[in-house]
Unconditional design. Structure first.
Length: 73
């Protein structure tokens, strides 16, 4: 799991606000189900590593597609 979490973080750091569906992300070993199941953990980490312009900080709730809107999916 750790390697996949790091892969998502690495991808997002290199591609802030990717403007793609999660299922379209090209991250080796990571599928959309993994991201869906780990949104809370990913949010904690992405909020730390992403630049301010890589997060819609006005979106605070991850439910109802908030995670996707917050990080530009």
């Amino acid at each position: 799991m750790t390697i996949r979490v790091l892969a998502v973080c690495r991808f997002m750091k290199s591609n802030p606000m990717p403007h793609r569906y999660i299922r379209e992300l090209d991250i080796l070993g990571v599928d959309s189900k993994f991201i869906e199941q780990n949104k809370s953990l990913l949010r904690e980490l992405l909020d730390i590593i992403m630049p301010a312009d890589g997060i819609h900080s006005d979106i605070t709730n991850i439910s109802g597609h908030g995670f996707e809107r917050r990080y530009g999916f």
